[in-house]
Design a protein around this ligand. Structure first.
Ligand code: NI
Length: 199
């Protein structure tokens, strides 16, 4: 999910490499998949083991996110990997600095309230729409150190977590707006679908 421009940031390798046995290689950003790519409509498979390859993928996804300049979240599906992994970094929000989040097999355990806010997606560039979602959620998952974590989120964090979990189920934010509103975005969506991109 994209957001306003923010200052570039170094990859927080310290957060994912503070165990002696975790060695991270230098990586390059991965190729993002865009609207129209069938992979975005597929359901991702659970991650059964978190080994070096999985940790490396998480770091590559963070690099890919930071390379966008305005991204705040990414699902593995968006880089063509159908495994249940999301990363989120909302940076500073409401005067609070949030840590980057790596979550394998995220599950939304509960949701309450309802709130409408503008949403976009790195896989659907330059398209935004108001989307209604639960306001507060509880999410469980496994972090990069293979530890179970539970996150109580509201505001932007709750929104981006729901958006990224949707990706793992092949769901896009434009599926959550009315047919009429989607009709208004038809030309934009067609443009994205037909854009020529390096393969
Ligand atoms: Ni997205």
């Amino acid at each position: 999910m994209p957001k306003r421009k923010r200052k570039p940031k170094n990859i927080p390798t310290s957060d994912v490499s503070n165990e002696d046995d975790i060695v991270l290689r230098e990586t390059t950003p991965l190729q993002l998949r865009y609207y129209g790519d069938p992979v975005l409509r597929k359901r991702a498979e659970p991650v059964t083991e978190i080994a070096e390859a999985e940790r490396q993928l998480a770091v590559q996804m963070l690099e890919t996110l930071y390379a966008t300049g305005n991204g705040i979240g990414l699902a593995a599906t968006q880089v063509g990997v159908l495994r249940r992994l999301i990363i989120v970094d909302i940076g500073e929000e409401d005067d609070e600095e949030y840590e980057p989040l790596v979550l394998f097999n995220p599950e939304i355990l509960s949701a309450e309230g309802e709130i409408v806010a503008d949403e976009g997606c790195l896989s659907i560039p330059d398209v935004t729409a108001e989307v209604k979602r639960p306001e507060k959620i509880v999410v469980e998952g496994i972090d990069v150190q293979s530890k179970a974590v539970r996150i109580e989120a509201n505001g932007l964090l709750a929104r981006v977590l729901q958006h990224e979990v949707d990706h793992l189920n092949g769901v896009l934010f434009i599926d959550r707006i009315s047919g009429l509103k989607r009709q208004l975005l038809k030309d934009e969506l067609l443009r994205i679908q037909q854009a020529e991109r390096p393969t």
